[in-house]
Design a binder for this molecule. Structure first.
Ligand SMILES: Nc1nc2c(ncn2[C@@H]2O[C@H](COP(=O)(O)OP(=O)(O)OP(=O)(O)O)[C@@H](O)[C@H]2O)c(=O)[nH]1
Ligand SMILES: [Mg+2]
Length: 373
């Protein structure tokens, strides 16, 4: 899970760290040369007098002994300042030194299925945060870089936060949730997973067999309803899905059920008739939540599709499935930013409990290695 993106972010951290350490070494070398020249005594050069560097003084340069010992190499000799008198202990991360690594980062994000506009925004945040940052000589720049990456990613994930559990708890009952998306992305499975989750939380759940289009769809959702012991409202194959969902809501109202989870047929966003069907559902059903379901594996296609579906029936959030099979990770980063609607859950497998509530910190922990991937 997310292994590709994780490696690429790590590579950026390493590249910047190595580059900054190289610059440290180069400066020390230059400074050693100064010291050598010093040892030869003051020299007159073409009208310019050489100024001896300042004497080593930890207090003056604001670095404690412990900070110095934390560095991996000794500063050679007395020459702790350059000929300009600047402290070797304090450096600034410069734009020109980041140019190449930032370009590589942008390409790496694009290769990991992060959408172009989202990649640009992440790179921009990282750039702004790092350039001009003061750091100590040989400081572990990796930590600074990681923080900048975390902030950049967090910023694009931080959209219209919507807490699914709070919504279900607070909204008048029955809470009606409609699921949309293209064929085979995992809508029906996700509905079953959420029915299982909601039932475990003590809610009475009703399923609406709104996929009246695909042969076998009715039997599939019926099987889940039986397994989970929840009520299913269904019509014949070919029936009007808006009518099925309407009946499910009426049933839930009459029987004081808490949540209606409404399935819909998978449809290609270019199929005008099927997309119009969604518009009808939107008119007939006053859903509390419309959830777009797509596969993490779909990358930028999922982002495009979310935008298309949003025009037929406004979505309130997305669920990404098959994250267990997605090594790239970019869809999870892009879709919320592109649609301006949050990710609500991630599907992590085929079992009823293979679903996690999405939260940006959860993703960051996986990307930066504090949790199992
Ligand atoms: N590995 C994995 N497989 C999943 C996940 N979610 C769903 N699937 C599988 O994806 C396949 C399609 O799932 P469905 O729930 O039937 O998808 P759908 O969107 O309802 O499909 P249509 O009804 O044809 O539009 C099934 O084999 C599921 O078991 C997931 O999170 N991980
Ligand atoms: Mg289905």
């Amino acid at each position: 899970m997310f292994e590709g993106l994780r490696q690429k972010l790590n590579q950026f951290k390493k590249t910047v760290t190595n580059k900054e350490h190289e610059l440290d070494d180069a400066e020390v070398e230059a400074s050693s040369n100064d010291a050598a020249r010093l040892a030869e005594g003051p020299q007159e050069t073409a009208g310019e007098t050489y100024t001896p560097p300042a004497v080593h003084d930890d207090e003056a340069v604001g670095v404690s002994r412990s900070a110095e010992s934390a560095t991996q190499r000794e500063v050679p000799g007395e020459a702790t300042r350059t000929t300009s008198g600047r402290s070797l202990f304090e450096r600034e991360i410069k734009e020109k030194d980041l140019e190449e690594p930032l370009w590589d980062l942008e390409i790496a994000l694009l290769e990991s299925d992060v959408a172009m506009s989202v990649s640009e925004e992440i790179v921009d945040t990282v750039k702004k945060e790092l350039i001009g940052t003061k750091r100590k000589w040989r400081q572990d720049v990796g930590a600074l870089v990681e923080q900048a990456l975390r902030d950049g990613i967090l910023k694009v994930l931080d959209v219209n936060s919507l807490d699914f559990d709070e919504l279900v708890k607070k909204a008048p009952k029955p809470v009606t949730i409609v699921f949309t998306g293209i064929n085979g992305t995992g809508k029906t499975t996700t509905i079953a997973k959420l029915a299982y989750r909601l039932k475990n939380q003590g809610y009475a759940v009703v399923l609406a067999a709104g996929d009246t289009y695909r042969a076998g769809a009715l039997e599939q959702i019926e099987r889940h309803a039986d397994n989970l012991g929840v009520k299913l409202i269904k019509h014949q194959q070919g029936a009007d899905p808006a009518a099925v969902i309407y009946d499910a809501v009426q049933y839930a109202r009459a029987k004081h059920k808490d949540v209606v989870l409404a399935d819909t047929a998978g449809r290609i966003h270019t199929n005008v008739n099927l997309m119009n069907q969604l518009k009808k559902i939107e008119r007939v059903i006053d859903a509390d939540l419309v959830v777009f379901v797509d596969e993490a594996l779909a990358g930028n296609d999922a982002v495009e599709r979310a935008l298309q579906f949003n025009t037929a029936m406004a979505i309130d959030g997305s669920i990404l499935t098959k994250v267990d099979a997605d090594s790239k990770g970019g869809t999870a980063i892009s879709i919320a930013h592109a649609t301006n609607k949050p990710i609500l859950f991630l599907g992590l497998g085929q079992k009823y409990d293979d679903i996690v509530k999405f939260n940006p910190q959860w993703l960051l922990n996986r990307l930066f290695g504090e949790a199992e991937t």
